[in-house]
Write a protein that binds this ligand. Structure first.
Ligand code: NAD
Length: 300
């Protein structure tokens, strides 16, 4: 792998597991001295050991990104250890899903604290050192900043805020030659980057509904982050780059074609999918007849 980051240092928050671990691995593999900043000390140590045993320059630093004193101290330690901070990847984040009326204010605040205030604090404290020779900040947002399933208000709001924080920082830090970008992943299966690694449990429907033909992998996001952090992306700042296998560009209207395609992917059986489609078409013409046929089939 080319050494695009030889002589440079990066911080990857939430780098112990998941997408952050893949980003830390990728940047370190390209020659970057890599600081993993994570709240989970046990996981952080395991990841540090794994990556250093591969000959990579990686060190773990413990901090909760939502606590300013911890962020400030950890970033100072990174600078003292490595001598510069060139790239900050704000990746640490927590998910959330609960019906609106059951959501508590404490939960809302925690998600905003980690997912939005965390990147703000890390940027604020890293910039003290990045100003010396310029650099790049990359905020890992989500396609949920742009579209939603029900019951995700704190998460979606935190990621939407992160997109706004991205362009605000890009303008404030431009005079210091610090570029700031957001990356918005869609569905990324992180099982293989957990501790311990797990086997992905994904169905053909999970993969097949993506225009790109598969669910995303942490390595997909890591490759994009490495490009954006490199000098090759030197003319990009302030924007959000979506990486989602095409899902946010997919127009969805429900009709027989969509149902047939979904059944085909779900059952991996073209003939059966076509027969079920015929049943639906017949049911549209004569619902009562089809109800009787299906009742007999299911009861018999
Ligand atoms: N996995 C996806 O499908 C997906 C999609 C879009 C966006 N994202 C975003 O990507 C980022 C990484 O997600 P993931 O799926 O790899 O998550 P993950 O849960 O696998 O890993 C998150 C890491 O962040 C750390 N972390 C959590 N809270 C922290 C805190 N307060 N301070 C420091 N570290 C903390 C965890 O210990 C863990 O190591 C998140 O910001 C998430 O919102 C994920």
């Amino acid at each position: 792998m080319s050494g695009r980051f030889e002589g440079k240092t990066c911080i990857v928050t939430g780098g112990a597991r998941g997408i952050g671990a893949a980003i830390a691995h990728r940047l370190a593999s390209e020659g970057c001295k890599t600081a993993i900043l994570d709240v989970d000390e046990e996981a952080g140590r395991v990841r540090e050991k794994q990556l250093t045993s591969m000959g990579l320059s990686v060190k773990f630093f413990k901090a909760d990104v939502s606590v300013e004193e911890e962020v400030s101290k950890a970033i100072e330690e990174v600078y003292e250890t490595f001598g510069s901070i060139d790239v900050l990847v704000n990746n640490a984040g927590i998910g959330y899903g609960k019906p609106l009326e059951l959501q508590t204010l404490d939960e809302w605040r925690r998600v905003i604290d980690v997912n939005l205030t965390g990147p703000y604090l890390c940027a604020k404290h890293a910039v003290r050192y990045m100003k010396e020779r310029g650099g790049v900040i990359i905020n890992i947002a989500s396609t949920r900043a742009l579209q939603s399933e029900p019951n995700t208000e704190p998460y979606s709001a935190s990621k939407g805020g992160l997109l706004a924080l991205t362009h605000a920082l890009a303008m404030s830090l431009a005079p210091y030659r610090i570029r700031v970008l957001a990356v918005s992943p869609g569905w990324i299966d992180t099982s293989e980057w957990q501790i311990p690694p797990r086997k992905p449990e994904l169905s053909p429907l999970d993969h097949g509904q993506h225009p790109a033909g598969r669910v995303g992998r942490p390595e997909d996001v890591a490759a994009l982050v490495a490009f954006l952090a490199s000098d090759e992306a030197g003319w990009m700042t302030g924007i959000n780059v979506v990486i989602d296998g095409g899902m946010t560009k997919k127009m969805i209207y429900i009709d027989e074609n969509v149902i047939e395609d979904s059944i085909k992917m779900l059952l991996q059986d073209t003939e059966l999918a076509s027969m079920i489609r015929t049943l639906i078409e017949r049911a549209k013409k004569d619902r009562d007849e089809m109800r009787e046929v299906l009742k007999e089939l299911l009861e018999g």
